[in-house]
Design a binder for this molecule. Structure first.
Ligand code: TLP
Length: 338
């Protein structure tokens, strides 16, 4: 099977497995795991924040951020197809007791004027705006890079209104590598950030959240409340360190593979690429073929290719460390056959 469902499916590299075996560990709830501390210091430095915290998943990291920034009854502003709104099971309402207010975007980038006008005023009838969430790259927009200038414009609006900004940067390193920039250049316009170690960077488990000392103190407490305080977690941090030190630059290869795949799809009748393919995601529309994405995915499976549905006639293909250029070629042959 050629698995293009997600970059979450990558298996830990040999170097990661060796590092897991050799990791020095302690009880991280007591702050005594040296490998966790090393990962958190490295991540805080890369992300340009005072402190970082290892969490079990991207979803948990985003949830802890909302819980730490907001109080029940707050309103959170976020893009209408953002992961936090679309794919986290309504968790921010269930756990943080906040309501959401969604904003449309172009390729994941909300207009700062729309954000400004959505921020609530000082009116007894209205909820208070507790947080603005951004996502970069934007998953449902097809791995689209939200421009730094757009993040800056929203940050300026938020700062004036004293509203914090949380960035869901599950694939922030993809954006940075594709733009030839550092992740800090993006995170300078955020209060807090979540990055996934377990997507294109290849670690088996985990995410990082980063922000001020004060934020991380609150976040640590929320992580414990949610049952995410881990004990000898150094075995999970060790591959995370490799993810951040050895796996970032090679994301460019995944981007080349996505480009190559998209070019190939353009030569196949009945299907078309509908995103700009900024990074490692290709969205393919099946409308002209007269079949649904689910039917198309079934046909793909028969040919040994796995992909996911992203709408009634949209199929998402994601490139990652465990897919070679030869497999991309094979996938294109299978698509041609269908
Ligand atoms: N995204 C997954 C699915 O949940 C859709 C995927 O295959 O793309 N933020 C963003 C932008 C994400 O894409 C994801 C995962 C998460 C957060 C959540 O990360 P995990 O899976 O670690 O909870």
């Amino acid at each position: 099977m050629i698995d293009l469902r997600s970059d979450t499916i990558t298996k830990p590299t040999e170097a990661m497995r060796k590092a897991m075996y050799e990791a020095e560990v302690g009880d991280d709830v007591y702050n005594e795991d040296p490998t966790i501390s090393q990962l958190e210091e490295l991540a805080a430095d890369l992300l340009g924040k005072e402190k970082a915290l290892f969490v079990t998943s991207g979803t948990q990291g985003n949830q802890i951020a909302v819980l730490s920034h907001c109080v029940p009854g707050n309103e959170v502003l976020l893009e209408k197809d953002s992961h936090i709104f679309y794919y986290e099971g309504g968790a921010i309402s269930a756990f943080a007791g906040v309501q959401t207010r969604t904003i449309s975007s172009i390729n994941g980038a909300m207009d700062s004027a729309d954000v400004q006008s959505a921020i609530r005023g000082n009116d007894i009838h209205e909820p208070e705006t507790g947080l603005i969430c951004l996502e970069n790259t934007h998953n449902r927009a097809g791995g689209a890079i939200v421009p730094i200038s757009n993040m800056e414009a929203i940050f300026n609006v938020a700062t004036k209104a004293h509203v914090p900004i949380h960035l869901d940067g599950a694939r922030l390193f993809n954006a940075a590598v594709a733009e030839g920039k550092t992740v800090k250049e993006f995170t300078q316009f955020t209060s807090t950030v979540q990055i996934c170690l377990s997507k294109g960077l290849g670690a088996p488990v985990g995410s990082i959240i980063a922000g001020s000392h004060e934020f991380i103190t609150k976040a640590r407490k929320w992580r414990k409340r949610l049952g995410g305080g881990l004990r000898q977690a150094g075995v999970l941090a060790a591959p995370g360190i490799i993810a951040l030190t050895e796996m970032v630059d090679r994301l460019a290869v995944d981007h080349q593979h996505a480009q190559h795949f998209a070019e190939g799809v353009k030569n196949i009748t009945g299907i078309s690429v509908i995103n700009a393919v900024d990074t490692n995601i290709v969205l393919v529309d099946t409308t002209a073929k007269g079949i649904t994405s689910k039917e198309y995915i079934e046909r793909l499976k028969e040919e040994g290719i796995l992909a996911v549905s992203f709408g009634p006639t949209t199929v998402r293909f994601t490139t990652h460390y465990d897919v070679t250029k030869e497999q991309i070629e094979q996938a294109l042959v299978a698509l041609q056959k269908i």
